[in-house]
Design a protein around this ligand. Structure first.
Ligand code: UGA
Length: 434
């Protein structure tokens, strides 16, 4: 099948390579020439495990091209919208202008029975608003939200948990549904559940899924604060809670909380959405979820102050800059927020991250960075593990002791074994653990 993918960011670049690996003939469209140059050379413009291999394979086979010209979508019969919907400046709502612009740019090249597939996370009403424009061109619009996680994007794209098709009318859209089934045949063949629903429900599935995940994280972080006050251990609490399969263990990792380009923006967009629908009180709790999440960052700074004493002149090493491991995305990164707060309080901060220092420098140019662990830890007064990269989870307290000035470890992600570190002579601190 001939497919175009509009927008080659975190979602679109993976989608383009993923669809090509399923045997389709794909063209990826983006306006950013620099990004396109990297993609054409077979390199992902961001760090995503497995993506470079997929890009190279597809381009060597001749099944993946990139272009900045919408005219190159003309020969495709299916068009995936993968553009961003960031938070609007000065508002909680999402900015859908890139989605609107992408549809308007596609329309002149649409042919009868083409299908536009919306992947971007959008407010309710977006698909219904855009559908007439698409129908006028003889094409059909399906809203098919994407649930991939950064750091696992290749696997999540090729083996999704579920496929959600939002349609205007199941009978009228039958041909488009069949075409999308054909595009996704390998996923459907492996038994992936596919659900058909109206546009509004499909749009809400995505936003409410992210809001639920954010709620789970803030719930366990609120429990961590209770644990601190009570002398309890939140990691054991989470283990015990998670054994109840109605609750489940996933997304109950307490610590510094969530960041990135999705969860923070989506809980805010859902609040803006509810207000627009006149039911803002229904999701008022999301304001608390956001507040709990933000407060983890100041709690970590306070914990550091409690353990280290006055921060002025203290040489602190922040391990991690990315908002999560296996990603170089630093959008709303809790680690960088804390690093900046510590530096503002007078500490001498060095941030160490294996892949994200380049992006971090652009957002927080006043901080010092190194990707080299040995260079970062030399002479440190305290180490703060704020993004749980594998190499940080595997740190050996005995080996590190001789490299630092003071043996202090603050585990902002609750991934280290306190007993092991204390036995090696370290002062150990964490959120929600005695
Ligand atoms: C999230 C969703 O998980 C995806 O399903 C969705 O497709 C995506 O947003 C999106 O809307 O595009 P992502 O932002 O890549 O994916 O990252 P997550 O794995 O959800 O992690 C988000 C944040 O929560 C990270 O900062 C992570 O460190 C934090 N987190 C996660 C915790 O603090 N505790 C946990 O238990 C889990």
């Amino acid at each position: 099948m001939k497919i175009s993918v509009i927008g080659c960011g975190f979602l679109g670049a993976v989608y383009a390579a993923g669809m090509a690996s399923l045997g389709h003939d794909v063209v990826g469209i983006d306006i950013d020439e620099q990004k396109l140059e990297r993609l054409k050379a077979g390199h992902s413009p961001f760090f995503e495990p497995g993506l470079d291999e997929l890009l190279l394979e597809a381009q060597n086979r001749g099944s993946l091209r990139f272009s900045s010209d919408f005219a190159d979508t003309a020969s495709s019969t299916m068009h995936f919208l993968c553009v961003g919907t960031p938070q609007l400046d000065g508002s909680l709502a999402a900015d859908v202008s890139y989605v609107d612009a992408a549809v308007r740019s596609l329309v002149p090249y649409l042919e009868a029975s083409d299908v536009i597939v919306g992947k971007s996370t959008v407010p309710v009403g977006t698909a219904a608003r855009l559908s007439p424009l698409v129908l006028d061109a003889g094409a059909e619009l399906i809203w098919n939200p994407e649930f991939l996680r950064e750091g696992h994007a290749v696997k999540d794209t090729l083996h999704p948990d579920r496929l959600i098709y939002g349609v205007r009318d199941e009978t009228d859209a039958a041909a488009a549904i069949a075409a999308l089934d054909e595009a996704y045949a390998p996923m459907l063949d492996e038994g992936t559940v596919r659900m058909i629903m109206n546009y509004q429900t499909a749009e809400l599935v995505k936003n409410s899924a992210n809001s639920f995940l954010a709620t789970k994280i803030s719930f366990i972080n609120a429990m961590a604060e209770l644990c601190d006050a009570a002398g309890a251990d939140v990691t054991e609490l989470a283990e015990a809670l998670g054994l109840d399969e109605r609750i489940g263990r996933k997304f109950l990792n307490a610590g510094l909380g969530f960041g990135g380009g999705c969860l923070p923006k989506d809980i805010r967009a859902l609040q803006a959405q509810a207000e627009e629908l006149g039911v803002d009180s229904a999701v008022n709790f999301l304001n608390d979820i956001d507040h709990i999440n933000q407060s983890q960052r100041s709690r970590l700074v306070e914990l550091t102050r409690r353990i280290c004493g006055p921060l002025e002149g203290m040489r602190l090493v922040v391990l991690g800059a990315a908002f999560k491991p296996d990603s170089d995305d630093v959008r709303d990164s809790p680690a960088l927020d804390v690093a900046q707060q510590l530096q503002d309080a007078g500490a001498d901060v060095v941030v160490c991250d294996p892949h994200a220092t380049g992006n971090a420098k652009l957002r927080f140019p006043d901080l010092a960075y190194t990707p080299e662990l040995a260079e970062a830890v030399a002479g440190a007064d305290a180490l703060l593990l704020l993004t749980e990269w594998k190499q940080f989870r595997q740190l050996d307290p005995y080996q590190l002791s001789s490299q630092v000035a003071r043996t202090v470890m603050i585990d902002g992600r609750n991934v280290l074994d306190p007993t092991k570190w204390r036995n090696a002579g370290w002062t150990f601190g964490a959120l929600g653990r005695p």
